[in-house]
Design a protein around this ligand. Structure first.
Ligand code: SAM
Length: 146
């Protein structure tokens, strides 16, 4: 059953209510995103979660997990993939080389567990690649190539 906004009825957790309300409060961990970024990300998440009750979130570059948290907290997200090679320093188009002190998957997971349950974290897959070879071949449509 759906309500007037198209949201399927069911138990809505406080975190899910924040997603639906586009409330940046759900960004409980430090994140490099601005308030506007967070609102834009939540709008996208709301759009996807209203249409799918088992979506996958793939993120490249996670640091402390701030932008992963809203998806880990979302029961409609069935899989969260975080890819981050966690180099000691990295070039950045904003100018200087940025160092991310103590940047590790374990620290990220520990931080996420301060706000989320083990069950929430069970859908998290973390990859720490040395080298990428990507092939993204999804839906083939001529409109997509215009
Ligand atoms: C700005 S932080 C990410 C912040 C996070 N998305 C948030 O807002 O909560 C950048 C992250 O990108 C990671 N990174 C650096 N080089 C990368 C690469 N080649 N591929 C994926 N991640 C990379 C760094 O280790 C760091 O954790």
């Amino acid at each position: 059953m759906s309500d007037l906004t198209g949201v399927k009825q069911g138990t809505v957790t406080p975190y899910e209510a924040e997603i639906e309300a586009i409330d940046p409060k759900i960004f409980l961990l430090e994140s490099s995103t601005t308030r506007n970024d967070r609102q834009s990300l939540l709008r996208l998440q709301r759009l996807v979660r209203r249409e799918n009750d088992d979506y996958c979130y793939l993120e490249i570059g996670s640091h402390l997990g701030g932008s992963l948290l809203p998806h880990l907290a979302d029961s409609r997200c069935g899989l969260v993939i975080s890819i981050d090679p966690r180099p000691a320093v990295q070039p950045d188009e904003r100018g200087p080389m940025f160092a991310y002190q103590g940047n590790s998957t374990q620290r990220m997971v520990d931080g996420l567990l301060r706000h989320l349950s083990e069950d929430n974290l069970a859908k998290l897959q973390t990859l720490v690649p040395r080298l990428y070879l990507w092939v993204i071949e999804g839906r083939i449509r001529s409109a997509a190539s215009r």
